[in-house]
Unconditional design. Structure first.
Length: 293
């Protein structure tokens, strides 16, 4: 995929290829960003300019593609993990000689801007720029982790995907969250305030932005300090607390398993069962039976 600026004399080629979405994040509760796994047929593909940033990561066997960038045609071999970054406001045009699979990620301008501003970078250093056939091992690691989350039978908390996307934006703008040498963990009162808020709101969707605001920190800084203080990433801590809440409610025996799942903040009963099995090694039904005995 490559950006092609619109001009009055340019005649867009016919769109001869097809795109079939295999997986989509539409129902996963991700906000401000999203992803889908797409089968792309051979042929010419054009995508108009959008109000969000787009990253296309090539999946699978190499494919020869003929692209245009800044009105200069060129050819390339797209290999597994190669990424094209198309900022908001630019359209894309490319022609694949054979069918391929693309892991497509979109990031809203507001989401990217907030992350960039929190890094306290100069205005000219926080913009996402076009990149083609980007081969960044760290970015690939983040992309594959997000793809695994998209394809998982039972997804993690949306906090996990949000954390991955935040790290992607930091990587794309070339920033890194620098920490004050004197501040390597959350202050005790701050840690207590954040964990108490999480405990009181386990039954609803939590976001990194609101948790970071409680600590009066940027999201990148908050993620690092939270992990250093509690020993686990934010999303993992939240899932652990939800599992423990569900365990307590199930043992009390006052609510149905489906209601327990909702009260503990899980999307549904099978979501709760998955994480209880993964963290406790026991299903909700086995837990209740064991308690009865």
């Amino acid at each position: 995929m490559n950006a092609v600026p619109e001009t009055r004399t340019q005649i867009p080629p016919a769109h001869t290829g097809s795109r079939i979405a295999l997986r989509s994040s539409r129902l996963l509760g991700w906000q401000g960003f999203g992803a889908e796994l797409v089968n792309v047929s051979a042929g010419v593909h054009r995508i108009p300019a959008f109000k969000h940033h787009r990253i296309g990561v090539h999946v699978g066997a190499p494919v020869r593609a003929h692209c245009r960038c800044n009105e200069k045609p060129h050819s390339r071999i797209q290999a597994h993990g190669d990424a094209d970054v198309i900022p908001a406001g630019l359209d894309g045009q490319w022609s694949d000689e054979s069918a391929c699979t693309i892991f497509s990620i979109w990031i809203g301008e507001d989401f990217a801007r907030r992350t960039a501003e929190q890094l306290a970078r100069k205005p000219d250093g926080v913009q996402i720029r076009p990149q083609f056939q980007m081969r960044d091992p760290r970015f690939q690691h983040l992309a594959w982790a997000l793809r695994a989350e998209l394809e998982a039978d039972v997804a993690s908390d949306p906090l996990y995907a949000e954390s991955l996307c935040t790290a992607m934006v930091v990587r794309l703008i070339g920033g890194a969250a620098s920490l004050d040498d004197k501040r390597r963990t959350l202050a005790p009162r701050t840690a207590a305030r954040v964990t108490e808020f999480i405990e009181a709101h386990l039954d609803r969707r939590l976001t990194l932005s609101e948790l970071a605001a409680l600590a009066d920190l940027s999201v990148p800084h908050f993620k690092v300090l939270f992990r250093a203080t509690l020993g686990v990433p934010v999303h993992q801590y939240v899932v652990q607390r939800r599992v423990e809440r569900a365990r307590t409610l199930l043992l009390q025996g006052r609510l149905s398993a489906s209601q327990v799942a909702l009260d503990a903040g899980f999307a549904h009963q099978s979501h709760m069962a998955h994480w209880m099995g993964r963290l406790l090694g026991i299903t909700p039904r086995e837990l209740v039976k064991s308690s009865a005995r």
